[in-house]
Design a protein around this ligand. Sequence first.
Ligand SMILES: N=C(N)NC[C@@H](O)CC(=O)C(=O)O
Length: 376
Amino acid sequence: ATQAEATAQNLTQFETLALSSRLNLADGHARQELTPPQRRVIDDLPALWVEAAERPVDEIERAACHAFLGALGQHSHPFDDGRVLACYSSSLAMEIFARALATESDAIALIHPTFDNIPDILRGVGLRLVPVEEDALHDGPLPTELLNRVGCVFVTTPNNPTGRVLPEERLRGLAEQCAEHGVVLTLDTSFRGFDTDAHYDHYAVLEASGCRWVVIEDTGKLWPTLELKIGWLVRSTDVGLPLEKIHSDILLGVSPLVLLMVQRFAEDAAGGGLADLHRHIADNRALLRNNLAGVPDISFVDTFSRTSVDRLHVGARQGLDVWNAVREHQLYLLPCQKFHWANPSEGAHTLRVALSRNPLALSTGAQVLRSVLLAG
Ligand SMILES: N=C(N)NC[C@@H](O)CC(=O)C(=O)O
């Protein structure tokens, strides 16, 4: 192992290595060009600053939340019940949730594989993790004995890196099981903006089930806003966790300027911008796959994924060998071992490629990848 891969302790540290490279296809953050309507929002920032300073912050926060969730098909939300907390990022929302859960439970069932900052945050507050294979989650009810030994079931949907979406019927079944066992059901929906299969009313399903629930929404994956983003921490009436107290331990509030920017991006998304983004991601997915056509002993694992990442299986090759070889050309991908947080070797032959990029950067990267893969 080279020095870098030996020292990278998690996926985000692999992504940090890529941050200053011209061919960064590692992180799932949005790095494509602003569209013309988005550029107009950025041009309006000085005026948004004045508006943010003058208007009541609760009004700004509600409008941003309503616009963002509405753009994703989440037309009902409990903002007016005071059950939506705004955070600087979805990972902060997750940290607050984890600390709150740890006050009443010592074990959590977590989808496997998934992005490793989730298990790392949960372990960080002392929770014991029980992996639930993504297939098992989609196939049918969870084993009763599992639900009897955890305080929460945590599902990333659409999942990262697989792109798999928990369909409405499965969410309903899972929520009803959690209600039956008094188990909290928590969703990380950071990638839901990319897949219209995830644009059904999750909160209505959760509310109807009667389960205790928490949802972590993220504005940060969709648009190139230079890490200006909001993580929304949403909860059921009876979740019974000290979310507000811990949220207030950490922050008073988020920037109304960022909220206004999110609202404007969300309104553009609802007005056609999201459909344009979906086309951009689909075009980039096709660009990547076409650039690698004919390369022996590779495959794209998640045939139906619509999220802003694509997973490449490199056959008998070691993923880390490919990662090192392309890095010689300043190209960065994400080796998948650490998504498989309970069994890293499952990810030894896969790499994740980011698609929220300019087409030119993606095709340049894909051609470098092609030459490395063909070199054997
Ligand atoms: N708090 C962390 N570690 N943030 C990185 C995360 O946003 C990257 C990500 O989710 C992805 O690349 O898929």
